[in-house]
Design a binder for this molecule. Sequence first.
Ligand code: SF4
Length: 370
Amino acid sequence: MEPAVQRLEPQRSRLHAPDPGRRVETRPRYSLAVDEFALKVLAWYRRHGRHDLPWQVPDPYVRWLAEVMLQQTTVTAVIPYFQRFLAAFPSVRALAQASQDEVLAQWAGLGYYARARHLHAAARVITEHYGDGFPRTADAWAALPGVGPSTAAAIVAFAFGVPAPILDANVRRVLSRYHAVSGRDARALRTLWTHARDHTPTHEVAAYTQAIMDLGALVCRKAPDCAACPVAAGCAFEGEDAPTVRRARPERAVFMAVIRDPARGVLLVRRPSHGIWGGLWSLPESVELDDLPAVVAALGVDGRMGMACAPVHHTFTHFRLTITPILVEGVSQAFGVAEHHDVMWYKGDGSGPGMPAPIRRLLNQFLEVP
Ligand code: SF4
């Protein structure tokens, strides 16, 4: 039988004197024994956690791919992309041997494309330095492009059973509430890493790592379901998170030229490898409408700026983008534009090259136009 857990009352002290304007905590006011936290989370996980996710196999390549895809993206959104990507690149060697275009094409629509570029670069480092093997420590994983300390810890815990603390967004929410750590500064983060380390068991590491992630995703959500939480008895959460300052997203706007050739489709250009949608294929663009004719002329296309079509909006983490497509009319030289590394014609056939999802949607409209 599980030992009865006594609900501990808050230990008020001068350090924690009520101060309605401020919630800065430096140490827990409530606590269960550290091991008890892990034991309770594990017991809850056995009954209520997720056990059938497609990446729940002890394979470092699979776990690495899944952890990178899950950065800033939900499980539900990731599953179909994960399955397609793994089918296209079933091993780290297959990924390393692919071109960046092929990798971005499989990633297109999942967003945060730097993840795909880093994954590809890291695959090449792994095959070069580890042959058919993989790094075995969290530090070695964290040295690879696109792998932070929490992702590295999750990979070694899942793939090799190595005890390493994780602190992704879900775990951060659980631990900051449980231990009443407020703030997002470096000091708060250090405190949370210490708690994460203290709670991580040396046995059943893979199960615990999934369990604490699941607790954050399924129970300790933005609106927490404390009645269903296995560690509620020791939790310091008082019903309200410290307020976060939300700034309105700045607005940005671009104009994109739609250059059509009846035989070859729409002209696309490859974006620079850095910045938003880095390395993906898109329409020629300019920030100022007056600059668009020069952008089009530089591609070897004549023609005049015609009708502006309905704008398309896309929200990034830090800003909102409005794209206004401009039809280029009276084109006589488009036929002469040859494809090369950074320019291609797209007819809308097949899955096409790697394109951002809003550009693909936008193109689908134009490619239906006879
Ligand atoms: S008791 Fe509530 S706030 Fe505390 S960890 Fe559980 S779900 Fe989160």
